[in-house]
Ligand binder design. Structure first.
Ligand code: DWN
Length: 413
């Protein structure tokens, strides 16, 4: 495939090997955050194959199709601040970075700073925080909040201009960014430009181990070009002169890891990094057989969800969804769930409310629609926040509403 908006991956993004094996095919799928204005519902939408490959040499798991970054990220409707658990998550990160690495007054640059949710919490701790965010709409929101945000893709060029204006960065943070980047070499070159000699790169990515263990196939979508285990991630950063010296396992987004890396030899490796790498190797996380099992469990997950929803609809129950997530685009498309099944999807994100879901065109309503419309059952499309959502909708539950958790096998909560 080669067209104006996407290209076929020819070689591994980390090691350039052409030994790329198909390990999962989720079918032709719309772009995860390409929500549709009702007045444009009749217009054709971009869809691309959603195929997962694994490199036979460095074992990196990656997509077969690369959609142009400006198509995906120049306007972006995912707002980190719309999820209270993410606001709390980034507050904890700000506290850790300020305490552990960035002395007050030091410069911290966040790549992919979204609406400034982390920048605000770093600034509140005396850190000179600067964002680099490609989405013009999100950069405008952050700047309007007084959070300095450069509306750019992160590159050696933009890094040089940030360096000239702000000086070297004590810390560069990239939360849910590395998996989105096609040209990882360019990212590493930009880091080399901007990071202080003893600076730290802190990167958070969804963890392949959790994806496979919990069958989180819906976290596979075109924005996520790579699916990282620790070993390939370490190889990647080492190719840019960065040595991973610490790692944290995190519960967010279905399970993530945050790695800390510095220029080679500058930081001693921690015990928990050694344990995490040993555990990953012992588990054979990137063995090909893990994906044969995964593909089988993905099909079982799909069938269980379709069966449960069909039973509920057959019993005359009214169904809705909660959380117009990027991952719901994959889940709804792969499971063939549309507006015939879900009357609406409630979501706290003002940028998404009033729009339709990509491909399936399910209306997205404000959060309070759940109690107002009171569907009998609500499919938790933001299942990664199940506890917080259940707590926040006690009145819906008290009125007899029930949530359906789709992962890994659909069940009524
Ligand atoms: O990498 C990415 C991940 C980390 O975040 C991005 N490419 C896109 C995004 O994926 P997602 O949309 O699946 O992320 P979330 O954080 O699971 O999305 C949550 C959605 O649910 C948001 O639209 C907000 C909404 N929400 C809600 O309506 N009520 C969330 C919470 C917690 C709530 O109480």
């Amino acid at each position: 495939m080669e067209d104006a908006t996407a290209r076929q991956l020819e070689s591994c993004r980390i090691c350039a090997s052409r030994d790329l094996a198909l390990v999962l095919d989720l079918g032709s799928t719309p772009l995860a955050n390409a929500f549709v204005a009702p007045e444009r519902a009749a217009e054709p939408e971009l869809r691309f194959p959603l195929e997962v490959l694994q490199c036979g040499r460095c074992r990196l798991v990656q997509l077969s199709v690369v959609v142009r970054p400006d198509v995906l990220f120049r306007t972006y409707l995912y707002s980190s601040s719309a999820s209270a658990p993410m606001v709390e998550h980034f507050d904890r990160l700000a506290a850790e970075l300020a305490q552990r690495f960035a002395l007050p007054g030091a410069c911290v640059v966040e790549v992919g700073s979204n609406d400034g949710v982390l920048l605000a919490r770093l600034a509140a701790r005396g850190v000179r925080a600067v964002g680099v965010e490609p989405a013009a709409n999100l950069a405008a929101i952050a700047n309007a909040r007084g959070l300095e945000t450069w509306n750019e893709f992160f590159s050696a060029d933009s890094a040089r201009r940030v360096l000239a204006a702000k000086g070297p960065a004590a810390v560069v943070v990239a939360n849910n960014v590395l998996a989105h980047i096609d040209d990882l070499g360019a990212m590493l070159r930009a880091l080399d430009v901007l990071l202080a000699r003893d600076g730290v790169f802190a990167a958070e990515v969804p963890y392949l181990g959790d994806l496979l263990e919990h069958v989180e196939y819906d976290t596979i979508y075109h924005e996520h070009l790579s699916y990282f285990a620790l070993a390939p991630l370490r190889t990647l950063l080492a190719s840019g002169g960065l040595e991973v010296f610490d790692v944290e396992r995190l519960p967010v987004h279905g399970g993530s890891v945050r790695v800390f890396a510095g220029r080679a030899g500058r930081h001693a490796g921690t015990e928990r990094l050694a344990r995490a790498l040993e555990g990953e190797s012992a588990a054979g996380l990137t063995d090909r057989g893990r994906f044969v099992d995964f593909a089988t469990r993905v099909q079982a997950s799909r069938e269980a969800l379709r069966r449960l929803l069909s039973e509920l609809r057959g019993a005359g129950r009214r169904l809705a969804g909660y959380g117009a997530t990027a991952k719901s685009t994959t889940l709804l498309s792969f499971c063939g769930i549309g507006a015939e099944t879900l009357a609406f999807i409630a979501d706290t994100t003002p940028l998404k409310q009033g729009l339709l879901t990509p491909g399936t065109h399910i209306p997205i309503l404000p959060d309070d629609a759940l109690l107002a419309e009171r569907p009998d059952y609500t499919l938790l499309l933001a299942w990664n926040y199940a506890d917080a959502i259940m707590r926040g909708h006690a009145s819906y539950l008290a009125a007899g509403g029930r949530f359906v958790h789709p992962m890994p096998l659909a069940r009524i909560l």
